[in-house]
Design a protein around this ligand. Structure first.
Ligand code: ZN
Length: 513
């Protein structure tokens, strides 16, 4: 069949939007890496201008007309064809963008800027009273945002959908409840053991050698430096300007070996996902990871399941020792492996280990739902936060700075949909890894030899290349045979940490009744 002219025009318009978004990404990247402080004001204006033009183009009624005109053509296409996926995703984006009135968006951005500003001063000052009125308004705006998408089952659904397409509050709540039930006894048993000594990581490790070792590791994993680069920043992230220019950023702490290394692997995991998207999607809305959760599944897979595994360090530890002979020459592999997998009850999500991390996320998700439902008032949030830290993590925040003020999410964005992706990603990472192992049982032995191609190509085939053409649930069902399932992740955590901490192996299915 001939390609209809409407599809040609649609693609041209989408490509323009893509170019504007990539140009904004480049300005953003520059702002957080190399821009001198004097550039800030003009840069803010330039980003606002690009954002406004992109928004006008995204909501242009002509896109709606083209999408309507393409319906008959769409019905002739196999649902799996790239054009069918493109029209489907473009329609979803268009409907989403046009439901939100421009006046609301302007009000939201203005409030977000003010709220972020107040939070950035209130956090160091531990001034909870300063942020509460802003949080009230954020909650109000979040509810109003959800109301632009009537017909939801739970008021958080439209907010969750923005980050994790197709995921629902009810499903996530159920999955997270099962995870929490399986994690609490593991944390209980692990933290009852003598604490692990991780002082070997807290020596002086010069930045230049850390950088070189990190580059060696992510090159071996498959991050393509001919289509990417790595620079320094304050808060590490991954960004892209096209599928052939996917960049990562890193921050170094010369007294914490794990900090830059694992964050570099994490960001490289995000980047390998983007670098692995089918190049035929370039310039279209399909040229992106499919959801926050799926994206995080790849950063977490490479950072934790691979990068904190024993086989990985059987290969890399002699190299790390050769890089830092004075610091690590006399530290055994076992001591190092236990140090990078130390579990402890803690206050700060971003510093938490694999076992406790999800408890930090689940409690935030539950609090978001309670706020949106109206069963928790904003003024009661700080105390509710402390309560959940006591019950789930066994620690009491000494102040608000390391309590409800610690994450930027609710102060620079909406309430709802902000956190679930992190834990969805962890769950998916184990589910996908288990499926890859079914196809290639010798992946751990390959990792032990420093070979990552089989695992990476499996991920490329089943996850990366699809971009947004498949949503997370489609990918999981096709790649693993079922929808989101917490069991592989719980099994992975119990097996790994049971071994490290010498806990009599408790089959997790007895724990998760
Ligand atoms: Zn990430």
């Amino acid at each position: 069949m001939n390609i209809p002219p409407q599809l040609v025009e649609l693609k041209a318009r989408l490509h323009e939007i893509y170019d504007l978004e990539m140009a904004a990404a480049l300005l953003n990247w520059d702002q957080t890496t190399y821009m001198p402080p004097g550039g800030a004001t003009a840069r803010g204006r330039q980003l606002a201008t690009l954002g406004r033009i992109a928004h006008e183009k995204r909501t242009d009624a002509q896109i709606g007309r083209l999408l309507d005109a393409l319906r008959p053509y769409e019905e002739t296409l196999p649902p799996d064809s790239p054009d069918a996926a493109l029209i489907r995703v473009a329609r979803r984006d268009y409907e989403r963008a046009t439901r939100i009135p421009a006046a609301f968006t302007a009000e939201l951005y203005q409030h977000m800027a003010a709220s972020y500003d107040v939070w950035s001063r209130a956090r160091p000052a531990n001034d909870i009273a300063a942020v509460l009125p802003y949080l009230e308004r954020t909650l109000d705006l979040s509810r109003r945002f959800a109301e632009f998408f009537p017909g939801y089952d739970h008021i958080a659904d439209p907010l969750i959908d923005m980050a994790d397409d197709g995921m629902r509050a009810a499903t996530i709540r159920q999955v997270f409840a099962g995870l929490r039930q399986g994690l609490l006894p593991l944390v209980e048993q692990v933290t009852a053991q003598p604490p692990v000594d991780d002082s070997c990581l807290r020596q002086f490790f010069p930045e230049a050698q850390q950088l070189a070792f990190g580059v060696e590791v992510i090159t071996a994993l498959g991050y393509d430096f001919t289509r990417g680069r790595q620079d320094k920043t304050l808060h590490p992230f991954m960004t892209k300007f096209s599928l052939n220019d996917v960049r990562i950023t890193t921050r170094f702490d010369e007294y914490d070996l794990g900090s830059a290394l694992f964050s570099t692997i994490h960001e490289a995991g995000h980047a390998m996902y983007e670098q692995g998207i089918a190049l035929e999607f370039e310039g279209t809305p399909l040229a992106s990871g499919t959801s926050a959760g799926m994206h995080e599944s790849q950063s977490r897979l490479w950072e934790n399941i691979v990068g904190r595994s024993l086989p990985f360090w059987e290969h890399f530890y002699p190299r790390l020792q050769a890089t830092f002979p004075d610091q690590l020459g006399n530290v055994s592999l076992e001591t190092f492996y236990r140090a990078i997998n130390k579990v402890q009850r803690s206050l700060i999500r971003t510093e938490a280990d694999e076992v406790t991390y999800n408890l930090h996320v689940i409690l935030r998700f539950d609090l978001e739902l309670a706020l949106l439902e109206g069963t928790l008032a904003v003024r009661d949030l700080p105390e509710a936060w402390h309560e959940r830290y006591r019950s789930d993590l066994g620690v009491t925040p000494p102040d608000y700075r390391d309590g409800v003020l610690q994450d930027v999410h609710w102060y620079g964005g909406l309430i709802g949909g902000a956190f679930q992706g992190y834990t969805l990603g962890n769950i998916m990472s184990a589910q996908l890894f288990e499926a890859a192992l079914r196809d290639h049982p010798d992946i751990p032995q390959q990792i032990g030899r420093g070979q990552f191609g089989t695992l990476r190509e499996w991920m490329r085939e089943h996850v990366y290349r699809h971009g947004r053409a498949l949503d997370a649930d489609d990918i999981l069902r096709r790649a693993t045979g079922r929808s989101l399932d917490v069991q592989p992740y719980l099994a992975y955590l119990w097996r790994k940490y049971g071994e490290i901490y010498g806990i009599a192996h408790t089959p997790f299915h007895q724990v998760v009744a």
